[in-house]
Design a protein around this ligand. Structure first.
Ligand SMILES: [Zn+2]
Length: 377
């Protein structure tokens, strides 16, 4: 069976907005959208030699009818901005997006601007650390901050907020301590001073106490919490980003009402899949892992599916900055999913009908259920 999933609606549960100048990127700027590295040497010398980037250019040549990088990039610049976004996103049946607007916020289109261009449902995911840091700037006492934080987290200033997200993996790692309120209060002034001196929030009693409070709040409000794990920013400690560090927290009765979504996961796909299989409140995606290691897509999806129930896996691109990023993320994931399911059919593990059901769940059904998305079929 040739399992063509290209017409299945793809709900992107984890992505970001577009750069204000996304249609005018030069070669360096365009390449930057497809690496987590900030190394000039990587971007100038090694990105063109990376499989996923070759894969991207090959996919673009299908639409732009030219094949070398330079002419592809100059041809994309000639496209009408909004029309190009819609052409690409329609091409992969991108039916809706959950956008974290806490990434390079000042340089990106607002969610409202993105919505006007994209012309499809867009929902918001609120990044916890951005809100926490803005509260640190504005609050006097620890008590004031505790009061302001939940209000600001849930304050709606655009599309419906359907999730919260933490980048604690990039702020000291996923070993999140159990901390008393007194310990957090004692830590508050020194953290505030450090923050005001220009240091980003890092692993500390203050931060970990508030994260746990927010996880409770998320459970009460029915908002899933997305947690970056595995690959990501180049300054993240890869070992400390192993989602296995979260096992006690995810499995504790304390957070039984809170749904958690492990993002990226590579190279810890098996750990994330096992956690998703063990705990009813844990979900996972592969997003950035699949788009930046697209040659491994089939294998990663098979590893995830081997342990995690198919009802626990979500489709995401981690697309950001340029619309090709979301588009290629959807291509590489959908193609990998199709290959993985065809393998499972060939080995008589599942039937054709079961494969189609799994594909629909992963590409949109699971996200619609988990985030209670309205306005989508
Ligand atoms: Zn991400």
């Amino acid at each position: 069976m040739n399992l063509d999933l290209s017409k299945f609606i793809f709900v992107d549960h984890h992505c970001h907005s577009l750069l204000k100048g996304h249609s005018e990127l030069d070669t360096f700027g365009f390449r930057q959208c497809f690496t987590e590295s900030r190394s000039r040497r990587i971007i100038e010398e090694h990105i063109p030699a990376s499989l996923h980037y070759m894969d991207l250019l090959n996919s673009m040549s299908r639409i732009l009818t030219t094949s070398d990088e330079e002419s592809l990039i100059s041809r994309r610049c000639l496209q009408q901005e909004a029309g190009w976004v819609r052409t690409l996103w329609d091409d992969v049946s991108l039916g809706g997006l959950i956008v974290d607007d806490g990434y390079r916020t000042d340089e990106m289109l607002s969610i409202a601007q993105l919505s006007a261009i994209a012309q499809r449902p867009i929902y918001a995911c609120r990044r916890i650390e951005n809100v926490l840091e803005s509260c640190l700037e504005r609050c006097g006492t620890f008590g004031e901050l505790r009061q302001m934080l939940p209000e600001k987290l849930l304050e709606r200033n655009g599309p419906q907020i359907v999730a919260l997200k933490t980048i604690v993996a990039y702020r000291g790692g996923l070993i999140i301590g159990t901390v008393s309120e007194d310990e957090a209060r004692d830590d508050y002034e020194s953290r505030k001073s450090l923050f005001k001196a220009g240091f980003a929030l890092q692993s500390s009693p203050f931060y970990h106490f508030l994260l746990r409070q927010i996880f409770h709040l998320a459970g009460e409000k029915g908002l899933p919490v997305q947690i970056h794990t595995g690959m990501g920013d180049d300054d993240a400690n890869l070992l400390a980003s192993n989602p296995a560090h979260l096992q006690d927290l995810l499995g504790s009765k304390e957070f039984a009402r809170t749904n958690f979504v492990l993002l990226h996961c590579f190279p810890y796909v098996r750990e994330a899949a096992l956690l998703s299989a063990l705990f009813g409140n844990v979900y996972m995606d592969l997003s950035l892992s699949v788009s930046q290691s697209s040659g491994l897509a089939r294998q990663m999806i098979l590893e995830a599916l081997a342990a995690a129930p198919s009802s626990k896996i979500l489709a995401g691109t981690d697309g950001h900055s340029c619309p090709e990023s979301h588009w290629f993320g959807a291509i590489s994931f959908t193609r990998g999913l199709s290959h993985a399911l065809q393998n499972l059919i060939a080995s008589q593990t599942i039937t054709d009908q079961q494969a189609l059901k799994i594909a629909a769940a992963i590409l949109h059904g699971n996200a619609i259920d988990l985030y209670k998305l309205e306005g989508l079929v």
